[in-house]
Design a protein around this ligand. Structure first.
Ligand code: GBH
Length: 482
């Protein structure tokens, strides 16, 4: 019995050689018997992502030193409600149960981050003898449950002692990061960890931490200082790629996680699609473009003028050290149209629909155009969606359920767009929902919930939301029928 029309069937009916990709995906008939044919490839990895300071708590345990986020969150007025990550999800003590939760939901991979100040409390010198113990236990637990660990080495918790010496304004910090990352990758790869990301979202911590001051360390540098910080961080990434390769077991995959600006062409006209391709390179010129191309674009340098960073060609080669995979954190689109001088990124109308966080505009097309444009521009060896998800105003019912149909709507549409990109050949190898658990949302504190599992912060009780069931069903069917 066959009630599904393939692209080839449609092409035959229309009397044409092939269905143009601009026509909507062919799914006129129910997709009930299409599993296997219609979903993601069998080896596509499904996971969830998180970061040390957002979930661990236990900030004084095991000799951990303070990070810039301890300082920042404890400074009055910096975070919503004065919330800090002191306790968070207490994942440091609950990780075993949480790994069981992942297993129950069918997750195959888990992206976590290592807190630098747990390993080097002041950022440099000798590592603490037991500084990695927690992560070694976590990795063993994941392996025992057949969940692949993906390790992010820097998700914003810079040791405060290094900030006291200038933080990312000081070029020396790049070398300290590489030393730390080489050490950790060496230790954890010997335990079988195969995937390492050097840095999470340089754009976010540079622009918010050193530009507008809303994230740690809360600085507001001028344009010149900020451009140099951006350069120092790029160099830190490149040096870390080299240090990880030098110190870890053969076969590890090294990359970074970035939240690129994802241009979405406003129309399907060829010129707007072309404008989106230009915008991808220019809007990310200080980040992914430099890493993939080994140079700053002319336009980037021209616009910065006298404020352009100081750099050498050797540094640019280091920045472009080959990577095995790029992690893409994608949440929102930037609509772009063609103009005589290339492109224009359009402002978002005030009432553009958004999720619980004002910035989280609902435009699932970014999950199609992001992988598509990046594949075409830079041909990365592999792509992972290392974060995607949303905040929602979750409430628990009297029956103890969280019926987050809004999050399901967001995820279903994003996953459908990602599937379309994969079917058209974008080499996305896995997807990590942000996040497994509600957690500490940085300056927004605990008020913004991103988990597919609800956390009662008073009792640390975990309750899977309806979206966890939804995600679990996607994994089970490999996305057939999305
Ligand atoms: C990611 O950032 C982070 O990697 C992760 O730690 C975080 O929890 C998750 O997403 C959810 O936010 O305050 O209006 O200036 C996502 C990219 C960029 C989104 C900065 C919030 C601040 C908007 N982030 N943005 S605003």
């Amino acid at each position: 019995m066959k009630n599904l029309w393939t692209r080839r069937d449609v092409a035959r009916m229309l009397g044409i050689a092939a269905v143009p990709t601009l026509l909507p995906a062919v799914s006129f008939a129910a997709q009930a018997d299409s599993r296997g044919e219609d979903g993601f490839p069998a080896n596509f990895l499904w996971g969830s992502a998180t970061a040390s300071y957002q979930v661990e708590g236990a900030v004084h345990e095991g000799g951990r030193g303070p990070s810039i986020w301890d300082t920042f969150s404890h400074t009055p007025g910096k975070t919503a409600n004065g919330d800090t990550g002191d306790v968070a999800d207490d994942f440091f003590h609950h990780y075993r149960d949480d790994v069981q939760l992942m297993k129950t939901l069918g997750l195959q991979a888990f992206r976590f981050s290592v807190a630098w100040p747990r390993v080097f409390p002041t950022g440099s010198g000798e590592p603490l003898a037991h500084g990695l113990d927690f992560y070694k236990r976590l990795v063993a637990e994941l392996h025992a449950n057949h969940i692949e660990p993906f390790c992010t080495l820097y998700h914003w918790d810079l040791p405060q002692a290094l900030q006291d010496k200038g933080g990312w304004e000081n070029p020396d910090t790049a070398h300290r990061l590489a030393e730390y990352e080489g050490y950790v990758a060496g230790e954890l790869s010997r335990l079988g960890v195969r995937y390492f990301f050097t840095i999470n979202e340089m754009r976010t911590f540079v622009e918010l931490g050193y530009g507008n001051g809303t994230h740690a360390p809360g600085l507001k540098l001028q344009r010149k200082g900020l451009a140099q910080v951006r350069h120092n961080v790029l160099l830190a990434h490149g040096l870390s790629v080299q240090a990880i390769r030098a110190k870890s077991s053969p076969g590890v995959q090294v990359g970074l996680c970035e939240n690129p600006t994802v241009p979405v062409p406003v129309t399907l006209r060829a010129e707007d699609i072309h404008a989106a391709a230009i915008a991808l390179r220019e809007e990310n010129a200080g980040y992914l473009t430099a890493i993939f191309e080994g140079r700053y674009t002319e336009r980037y340098l021209r616009e910065l003028g006298d404020d352009a960073p100081r750099f050498t060609s050797e540094e640019m080669r280091t920045i472009a050290s080959p990577i095995d995979a790029v992690g893409l954190n994608i949440y929102t689109p930037t609509y772009v149209r063609s103009t005589p001088d290339g492109y224009r990124a359009l402002p978002m109308p005030d009432n553009f629909p958004h999720m619980a966080s004002d910035w989280l505009k609902v435009g699932p097309e970014c999950m199609y155009w992001g992988p598509k444009l990046i594949q075409e521009a830079w041909k990365p060896r592999a792509m992972y969606i290392t974060e995607n998800g949303c905040s929602a105003a979750d409430r628990m019912t009297e029956q103890g359920e969280v019926l987050d149909t809004d999050r399901i709507m967001y995820l279903r549409n994003c996953l459908g767009q990602m599937l379309k990109a994969v079917k058209e050949g974008a080499d996305v190898k896995g997807y990590f929902v942000w996040s497994l658990l509600d957690n500490y949302e940085w300056a927004d504190g605990y008020g913004k919930r991103f988990g597919v599992v609800y956390v009662d912060y008073k009792t640390q009780k975990r309750t899977p939301k309806l979206s966890a069931q939804f995600y679990s069903s996607v994994i089970a069917s490999r996305g057939a029928g999305l």
